[in-house]
Design a protein around this ligand. Structure first.
Ligand SMILES: Nc1ncnc2c1ncn2[C@@H]1O[C@H](COP(=O)(O)OP(=O)(O)O)[C@@H](O)[C@H]1O
Ligand SMILES: [Mg+2]
Length: 593
């Protein structure tokens, strides 16, 4: 076949494939243009998930008529005054967004340059450009994008439901609004206000937290640690969520580099390294970090959507972030296990194999009451502390995990067997037990539900409510009966009997995040591939927390449950649920052997 030079409108459609992936990417490009034009207020309105209409209006510098006519041409930009790509301070610089959007939709731009006597408008319909004509806009720029992808039906077919596209737009506007707290943003969808954010006074650490809370959720305001650190001419500022505020995915890790929100693959790993074992495995913290550095220290020209970048000194940036996070977390009194304790733990044996060898059922049941009888708490000494516990109380030693002797810090259960001391992490252990039971009852035809006498109202953000409402029948199979209750709440009518209601809000928020993710990955039904993950999320929210005081009977019941349930040697996050320290090893510690 002969080579041919492609015609410009085909070139634009090809470029659009990279730049304009879905409605949210159009919103992103238009907001970036408004920010580059120095806007103080940006209003976004959409209809039909952005496929019918996207309108972005700003109060920025506007364009003269001549510039407006040029703006929709390919590779036309006002942002590269010289041919130097190493000092880019604007969000845009490629001159590709407007012609790409114009190639796949009906684009109209009205604009009035500041101080100009009149406004102009230009339209592009599937690359066909109109003449410039006068318009009536008082100031700034207004861009309308209608019927997105009507000119590229193949791409249109790949769009998710309006609801999913709307949710992606909301996420995108939030990400940009988080990156620029000094700018006012408003978003509406099908004529309904999604949010309005007023401008923050300058000074991120002093004035920015309320804005972060509007975007990252009110819990973040309570649980955020402000931090600031510098290294040479690189400055890091921001807020890091406490390790207890964790999420099932990294979507709430916000990194803003010179005012540009970026998705950096390194960042997730860096942040997880900094939080270390403060965070359960597979969970991510919530944070908003702002990095400022000279523009020639980063290369933003590595990705058409400009969401990725390269640092000239990635290791320097990495260690700045890790150092600042560690210091903030350390100062908050959430230090990782001290090295002394680590050394001591090194002597203790984690459980071998997959879990406890279940005791023969008959015996275990027969001894159930006996196990509770000789319970002696260290917290309340019984007075009689003479003699060896193991020798004085033969009954409980028959259990692999022994009899509970005490609870430490409302977090760990100390139990004694005949020849060992067992330390159980109550939350990790209970979570695993609940998880295994949920799996079993799901496999056996459905999770038993408990009807709440008074339905519980759980407040959530609008996207979460929408995701959950669209999945009510799937949730019902998981034992959760809910119904929408206004735009920002759901009514919980039934919960899995194994779980109770205490963690239901956190559970619903996590399930909404899971749903949003599974839709993103191609609209596959939630239950198909992620069942284990979902059940494990449920177990996490439904089990005894660290920090709850347990009665002796509860502790022993948990030990017996662990023995009777398979795979209880590690929790759902892969950490051990208990460790066993042989008396022989303890004797060695005290040089008795
Ligand atoms: N909202 C706006 N306000 C003022 N000027 C704008 C706006 N949007 C676009 N422009 C102008 O149109 C040009 C082309 O925009 P675009 O295609 O997004 O490319 P880029 O942003 O990479 O320059 C910009 O360089 C800018 O001069
Ligand atoms: Mg642009």
């Amino acid at each position: 076949m002969a080579i041919r030079q492609l015609p410009p409108d085909l070139v634009n459609r090809i470029a659009a494939g990279e730049v304009v992936e879905r409605p949210a990417s159009v919103v992103k490009e238009l907001i970036e243009n408004a920010l580059d034009a120095g806007a103080r207020r940006i209003e976004v309105a959409t209809a039909g998930g952005g496929l019918r209409l996207i309108r972005v209006a700003d109060d920025g510098s506007g364009m003269e008529g001549r510039d407006l006519a040029l703006a929709v041409e390919r590779h036309a930009t006002s942002k590269l005054a010289s041919d130097d790509l190493s000092a880019i301070m604007t969000l845009g610089f490629r001159g590709e967004a407007l012609p790409s959007i114009g190639a796949v939709a009906r684009l109209t731009i009205a604009s009035r340059a500041s101080g100009a006597a009149e406004a102009y408008e230009v339209a592009v319909d599937a690359s066909a450009k109109s003449k410039l004509k006068p318009s009536a806009l008082p100031a700034g720029t207004r861009v309308d994008v209608r019927d997105l992808f009507y000119a590229t039906p193949a791409r249109l077919k790949f769009m998710k439901s309006e609801r999913v596209e709307s949710a992606a737009i909301t996420e995108m506007v939030k990400r940009l609004a988080l990156a620029r707290p000094e700018i006012a943003f408003a978003l509406s969808s099908d004529e309904r206000t999604v949010f309005r954010l007023e401008a923050c006074p300058p000074g991120l650490l002093d004035h920015g937290l309320a804005r972060m809370g509007r975007i990252l959720g009110p819990d973040f305001v309570k649980d955020a640690l402000p931090l600031r650190a510098a290294r040479g001419n690189v400055v890091l500022e921001g807020f890091a969520g406490l390790p207890t505020l964790h999420r099932p995915n990294g979507l709430q890790l916000h990194l803003v580099v010179n005012g540009r929100p970026v998705r950096d693959k390194l960042l997730a790993g860096t942040v997880r390294a900094a939080y270390g074992d403060l965070l359960p495995q597979g969970r991510y913290p919530v944070l908003a970090l702002f990095l400022s550095l000279p523009p020639d220290e980063v290369d933003v020209n590595v990705h058409p959507a400009k969401t990725e970048l390269r640092f000239r000194d990635p290791n320097g940036v990495r260690s700045l972030i890790i150092g600042a996070l560690r210091e903030a977390l350390g100062a908050a009194g959430h230090r990782a296990t001290a090295s002394l304790a680590q050394a001591a733990l090194g002597r203790m044996a984690p459980p071998q194999g997959q879990g406890v060898r279940p005791a023969p059922y008959g015996r275990a049941l027969g001894l159930a009451e006996e196990a509770q009888a000789p319970f002696a708490s260290l917290a309340e000494p019984s007075g009689d502390t003479r003699g060896s516990a193991a020798a004085a109380e033969p009954g409980p030693t028959s259990y692999p995990l022994g009899a509970a002797r005490a609870q430490i810090n409302d977090t760990f259960i100390i139990a004694a067997t005949g020849d060992a001391l067992v330390i159980v992490d109550q939350h990790a252990a209970h979570e695993r037990v609940v998880y295994e039971r949920l799996k079993r009852s799901f496999a056996n035809g459905g999770i038993a539900r408990q009807l709440l006498l008074i339905p519980e109202v759980v407040e959530l953000d609008a996207e979460a409510v929408a995701s959950l409402s669209a999945a009510t029948s799937e949730l019902e199979r998981l034992g959760l009966v809910i119904e929408p209750f206004g735009a920002n709440a759901v009514l919980v009518r039934e919960v899995p009997s194994l779980l109770g209601t205490s963690g239901v809000k956190g559970l619903l928020a996590d399930l909404a995040a899971e749903l949003a993710e599974s839709e993103d990955e191609g609209g596959a039904p939630l239950l198909a591939g992620r069942l284990d993950h979902v059940l494990s999320t449920m177990a996490c929210h439904g089990s005894v927390r660290a920090g709850r005081r347990l009665a002796p009977e509860e502790m022993n019941a948990l030990l017996r449950d662990m023995e009777a349930t398979p795979f209880t040697g590690q929790c759902n996050h892969g950490r051990p649920t208990y460790i066993e320290l042989k008396l022989a090893d303890i004797e060695k510690l005290f040089s008795r052997r």
